[in-house]
Design a protein around this ligand. Structure first.
Ligand SMILES: [Fe+2]
Length: 380
């Protein structure tokens, strides 16, 4: 029988995918625009992709202002700086070109530019976002991993308290997500590996999410198949256009899925571990992936078995799927624990106190504080 369970889907109004599609960017912007703020990541400046996108915009008659220098794991004041640049330049909208940090900071800025107060007021919960006052945002990812171009939240980090959490509002979803695989060609292998494993975790966590629908599972499953088939190739041959395109599509599909059904305990733990020990998000997810998925196996072995079948694993079983993930992570050279980052028992109380996010609550198996500590202990 067909699955007729109800679901709802929230996504960017326009999603564009394809190599070379940045050439079409102006045609997807509102016709009355005269000025846009281009928020670009540091790597994108160096690769020449920022100049390429800027030229496309200016050749269509738009005036552009450039903002760069968004730090990784952006704090609220990085959002204030982008919002202020938007006001000073009187822009009609923002084009964000970068990885998850750039897209998240720009997403928050587009929502706050016409509101009173600082980003910290909204991050702390003192003020509430009014979604009717946002400005247009186009998100163009330059890594294949975060899926931030699809989501309605911005992950920000408080530098003083080391608390990393989301500023979230349904109106924060970008109007346009333009995923051009050519923008990922300059991504270094280490970033390709870590962000690719982040995308893999997002695909699997959305597949096993209690809020998954047959619609989101179709996207998640296709993402898992693409990543298991292409991530290693992408890391070994950064110029392989087909592998880059497959990973860009996988990241996009995983983002479409988890934007609508949430993540799980890997992300619940990755945020406080990453903010406390300054570990890149993709690396934190890659390290936590195996112990958390093995913890989840008793309640979602059937779903892991479905994914084993989808990727045509040699062993069509739950453990066959998890073993395949482990060998993929090892093959792209990500660390298998947090020893080199100095994780030790003194860090456990902070991590456990700050891991109870929406992602943690969405995990298919409840994880107690003691069980979370046991996972951290095994990785220290
Ligand atoms: Fe992630």
């Amino acid at each position: 029988m067909n699955n007729l369970s109800p679901f709802s889907i929230r996504l960017p109004r326009t999603i564009v995918f394809g190599a070379g599609k940045i050439a079409d960017l102006p045609s997807f912007l509102p016709e009355n625009f005269t000025t846009v703020l281009l928020v670009a990541g540091t790597h994108t400046l160096a690769s020449g992709d920022t100049s390429r996108v800027r030229a496309v915009l200016e050749q269509s008659g738009l005036k552009t202002c450039l903002y760069s220098g968004v730090p990784s794991e952006p704090p609220p004041n990085a959002v204030d700086a982008i919002a202020e640049a938007s006001r000073v330049c009187c822009v009609d909208g923002i084009v964000a070109l970068g990885g998850g940090s750039v897209m998240d900071a720009a997403k928050a800025a587009a929502s706050l530019v016409n509101l009173k107060g600082s980003c910290n007021d909204y991050f702390s919960g003192k003020s509430m976002i009014d979604g009717t006052k946002r400005i247009f945002l186009a998100a163009l990812p330059t890594t294949s991993g975060t899926g931030a171009e699809m989501t309605s939240n911005a992950v920000l980090s408080d530098t003083a308290t080391k608390v990393k959490k989301s500023l979230r509002h349904p109106s924060m979803t970008p109007e346009l997500a333009l995923v051009d695989p050519e923008l990922t060609f300059a991504c270094p292998s280490s970033v390709t590996a870590a962000s690719g494993l982040d995308a893999l975790v997002q695909a699997v966590e959305s597949y096993i999410s209690p809020r998954a629908s047959d619609m989101t599972r179709t996207w998640s499953r296709q993402a898992v198949v693409l990543i298991c088939g292409l991530l290693k190739r992408c890391c070994e041959c950064p110029d392989d256009a087909e592998a880059r395109a497959g990973m860009a599509k996988a990241s996009m599909l995983a983002g479409m899925a988890f934007a609508n059904c949430g993540l799980g305990a890997v992300h619940g733990l990755a945020h406080p571990v990453g903010s406390l020990l300054h570990i890149p998000h993709g690396v934190a997810c890659a390290v936590l992936m195996m112990p958390v998925f093995r913890f989840n196996e008793p309640v979602c072995g059937g779903l892991f078995c479905e994914l084993a079948s989808a990727i045509k694993a040699d062993d069509i079983s739950s453990s066959g799927f998890l073993n395949k993930l482990q060998s993929l992570a090892e093959s792209v050279g990500t660390p298998c624990d947090f020893k080199s980052y100095g994780l030790s028992p003194e860090h456990y109380p902070f991590i456990i106190a700050n891991c109870r996010s929406a992602s943690m609550k969405n995990n298919p198996r409840f994880m107690s504080d003691a069980e979370a500590e046991a996972i951290l202990c095994a990785l220290s």
